[in-house]
Design a protein around this ligand. Structure first.
Ligand code: GRF
Length: 208
């Protein structure tokens, strides 16, 4: 399957996914990166690996970037099958959501449906988890709909929140799990191992 990875910054999940593709843990190819920022660590990694980078959304100040319709056209040109959001902070336009039904994934660094939605990103998520007194957190992988952090949950992993964790401590513990859970889910999607329960909940069939 052909994958487009949407990024905004660090790109550690993108890297984990790309490495999994190279090692055949995912039967897929990262054919395109989409970034809202023309300069970021994730973009550097893409360029270093000869993966083309497209900019979305259009940025007035830079006078560059695609419109929603152009973004869909670009994804089609690259024959993209699956769209993967990996730290992408902007909303995916309705045009893309409608063009890729059940084929867009996101990873969020907390246990949805808690601690998600607009404003819950980066360090703020972990601050909110610690402040709430929750004893567990962990990444959630979900299919994407038109709202932030809202689509059907496909996989989660649990890590403890320790008594004197800083947001950075918790972020690092969660991110470590992201790097294994995300490639596992993307592998399942690429191998058509997702089954949709009647009520719309996606289930993964193990490959073993
Ligand atoms: C991750 O914590 C992810 O859950 C969230 O944004 C962060 C991206 O990190 N959506 P990276 O860019 O993959 O390093």
């Amino acid at each position: 399957k052909k994958l487009a990875v949407f990024v905004s910054g660090g790109g550690s999940n993108f890297r984990a996914l790309h490495e999994a593709c190279l090692q055949n843990r995912i039967f897929g190819d990262c054919v395109l990166v989409v970034s809202d920022k023309p300069d970021c660590k994730a973009c550097d990694y893409a360029e270093g690996n000869n993966i083309p980078v497209a900019q979305y959304p259009y940025n007035k100040a830079l006078n560059s970037g695609l419109s929603p319709v152009e973004l869909v056209r670009t994804l089609r040109q690259f024959e993209v099958d699956i769209v993967i959001l990996a730290g992408y902070l902007k909303l995916v336009p309705a045009e893309v959501i409608q063009s890729f039904p059940r084929a867009i994934l996101n990873i969020h660094p907390a246990l949805l449906p808690a601690f998600g939605g607009k404003g819950f990103y980066g360090r703020k998520v972990h601050e909110a988890v610690i402040k709430s007194g929750a004893r567990y957190s962990g990444p959630t992988v979900h299919f994407v709909d038109e709202k932030y952090d809202h689509g059907s949950i496909v996989a989660q992993r649990v890590v403890p929140v320790l008594a004197y964790d800083t947001p950075e401590d918790l972020a690092a513990r969660v991110l470590k799990e992201e790097h294994t859970i995300y490639p596992e889910v993307v592998a399942a999607v690429c191998e058509d191992r997702i089954f949709w329960r009647e009520d719309g909940v996606p289930l993964i069939r193990r490959s073993w």
